[in-house]
Design a protein around this ligand. Structure first.
Ligand code: SR1
Ligand code: MG
Length: 428
C-alpha cells in the first residue's frame, strides 16, 4: 500500500455543486432530465466502500451517476486505487448487457478521463441487502440471478468461445489488477493473519479470530481457493456479486457495480450469491421482533438459495448442450453415440467440480465479512454485540466446515440443512 494518490490532469471529483454543469454538456443526459440545470436536484448517495454515487432528477426524469475516486472511500487517501476501474466496469456492463439485456442498468454516458458512468435511474428499486434485512421477499430473484450467472459465465467461457476470442477477453481484463488485489488480500489472506485493517466483534469473537489464524487446515483450504482465483481464467466474472450489488423490486432485477470484473473462476461469482444468502439467513436472530417471528422469511431465504443453485446448474447445462461451440470439448470428438454419452457424463462431472469451487468460495466470502475489513450490514446492524457475535460465530463455524469438509456437502440441500442446524447451536 503506497500513500500517493494519482489524479490524471483534468480529472475532477464531482460534488452536488459541480455535477449539474458537467451533465448539462452531455446531450443525452440533459434530454432525459429536461428543463434547465437550475431545475435539477442532485444528491450524493454512495454508501459503498469505493465510489461517489449521485442521484440526479430533473423535471422530465432522472439518472444515476457513479464516479470512481482515486482512493478507497472506506479507508481514505492512505489507500490509493486506480481510476481505471471505471473502464473495467464499463466494459463488463457492456458485455453483461449484450448477454442479459435489461438485467443490468442501461449506460447512458461514459467518460474515461472522469472515471464516470451515467446510468438509468433505478426507481423504485432498492439495494437487495437492505430489502433482505427488512425481510422482504423477492419472488423473481432466483430466476433472474440464475439466468444472469448462467448466461454470463457460460458465454464468456471456453465452452462457448473460440480460443482467440477468449484470450482477447483475458487480455482486455488483465489490467484490473488493483481490484483483484483487494480480493486477494481481503478475502483470501487477511482474515487468517494479523492485519491492521481486520476487525471483528470484540471481545466476544477474539477466540474465534485467534483460532482461525492458527488453523493450518483452514489456511491450506483458503490458499487453494486463492490459487484458483489467481490462476484460473474460466469466464468473465462480476467479481463482487453480493446482495449489495443488486437493485430490485418484486418484479425487476438489476445487477450493478461490476468494477471487480475480470476473467476468473466461475465458482467465485456463484459462491458470492450463496454466501450472502447464508449470512442473511443467520442474521435474522438479531433483527426479528420476537423469537421465531421471521421463521417464514428464513425459510424463503433457504428455499431461494436452493433454487438459485438448482436453476443455475440446469440453465448452464442447457446452454452447454445447445451452444457448446467453444474450443474446449470439440464437437467433432463427440459426434458418435459413445462420444455423446461420454460428453454428457463429463458435463455432470464439470458441474460437480464447479459446485465444490462454489461452496469453497462461498465459505471464504462468509469468513471475510466477520473477521476482515469490510463487513455486511446484515450483521453490522445488529445492535446488541452479544447477539451479533452469536450470529457471527455461526457464520464462521458453518463457513469453516464448508471450506474444510467440502466433500460432506455434495448438493445445495446439505448446505441449507447445515445452516438450519448451526442456527440451533449456541457457540458463544
Ligand atoms: C476496500 S473494498 C472492500 C470491499 O468492498 C467491495 O464491495 C468489495 O467487496 C471489497 O472487497
Ligand atoms: Mg460494489
Amino acid at each position: 500500500m503506497t500513500t500517493s494518490v494519482e489524479r490524471p490532469e483534468g480529472y475532477l471529483p464531482q460534488s452536488p455543486s459541480t455535477l449539474a454543469a458537467y451533465l448539462s454538456c452531455v446531450a443525452d443526459v440533459a434530454r432525459i432530465l429536461g428543463g434547465n440545470p437550475e431545475d435539477w436536484t442532485i444528491r450524493e448517495v454512495g454508501d459503498g466502500n469505493l465510489n461517489l454515487v449521485f442521484i440526479v432528477k430533473g423535471p422530465m426524469g432522472g439518472v444515476a451517476v457513479k464516479q470512481a475516486l482515486p482512493y478507497v472511500r472506506l479507508v481514505g487517501e492512505s489507500w490509493p486505487l486506480p481510476l481505471t476501474r471505471a473502464h473495467y466496469e464499463h466494459m463488463a456492463l457492456s458485455e453483461q448487457a449484450r448477454l442479459n439485456g435489461s438485467l443490468v442498468p442501461r449506460v447512458i454516458h461514459y467518460d474515461q478521463l472522469q472515471a464516470l458512468i451515467v446510468m438509468e435511474l433505478l426507481e423504485p428499486h432498492i439495494i437487495m441487502r437492505r430489502g433482505m434485512i427488512a425481510a422482504t421477499v423477492y419472488p423473481r430473484f432466483a430466476e433472474d440471478i440464475s439466468s444472469f450467472m448462467a448466461n454470463t459465465l457460460f458465454f464468456t467461457s471456453d465452452l462457448a468461445l473460440p480460443a482467440d476470442r477468449k484470450k482477447q477477453m483475458i487480455a482486455a481484463f488483465a489490467g484490473n489488477t488493483a481490484l483483484c488485489k483487494i480480493t486477494e488480500d481481503l478475502i483470501f489472506t487477511d482474515p487468517y493473519r494479523v492485519a491492521e485493517l481486520n476487525r471483528w466483534t470484540s471481545p466476544q469473537l477474539d477466540g474465534f479470530a485467534r483460532r482461525w489464524r492458527e488453523d493450518a487446515e483452514l489456511k491450506i483450504a483458503v490458499s487453494r481457493l486463492k490459487l484458483k482465483f489467481l490462476s484460473s481464467s474460466e469466464a468473465m466474472l462480476h467479481g463482487d456479486l453480493h446482495t449489495g450489488s443488486v437493485m430490485l423490486t418484486a418484479d425487476e432485477t438489476r445487477i450493478i457495480d461490476p468494477e471487480f470484473a475480470f476473467m476468473g473462476p466461475m465458482g467465485f461469482d456463484v459462491g458470492a450469491v450463496i454466501a450472502n444468502f447464508l449470512i442473511n439467513y443467520l442474521s435474522h436472530d438479531g433483527h426479528e421482533e420476537s423469537p421465531g417471528a421471521r421463521d417464514a422469511y428464513r425459510d424463503w431465504v433457504l428455499v431461494t438459495v436452493e433454487a438459485i443453485w438448482t436453476m443455475f446448474r440446469s440453465k448452464f447445462l442447457d446452454l452447454w448442450r445447445s451452444n457448446g461451440t467453444g474450443d474446449a470439448y470439440p464437437a467433432s470428438l463427440f459426434a458418435d453415440a459413445a462420444g455423446a454419452a461420454a460428453l454428457e457424463a463429463e458435463r455432470e462431472a464439470y458441474m460437480e467440480r464447479l459446485w465444490r469451487d462454489t461452496i469453497g468460495f462461498a465459505a471464504a466470502k462468509m469468513i471475510r465479512r466477520v473477521l476482515g475489513l469490510a463487513h455486511n450490514i446484515d450483521l453490522e446492524w445488529i445492535k446488541d454485540p452479544d447477539v451479533r457475535a452469536s450470529c457471527e460465530a455461526r457464520v464462521l463455524t458453518l463457513a469453516r466446515d464448508l471450506m474444510v469438509n467440502t466433500r460432506h456437502y455434495p448438493e445445495i440441500a446439505s448446505v441449507t440443512a447445515a445452516a438450519r442446524a448451526i442456527r440451533t447451536q449456541k457457540l458463544i
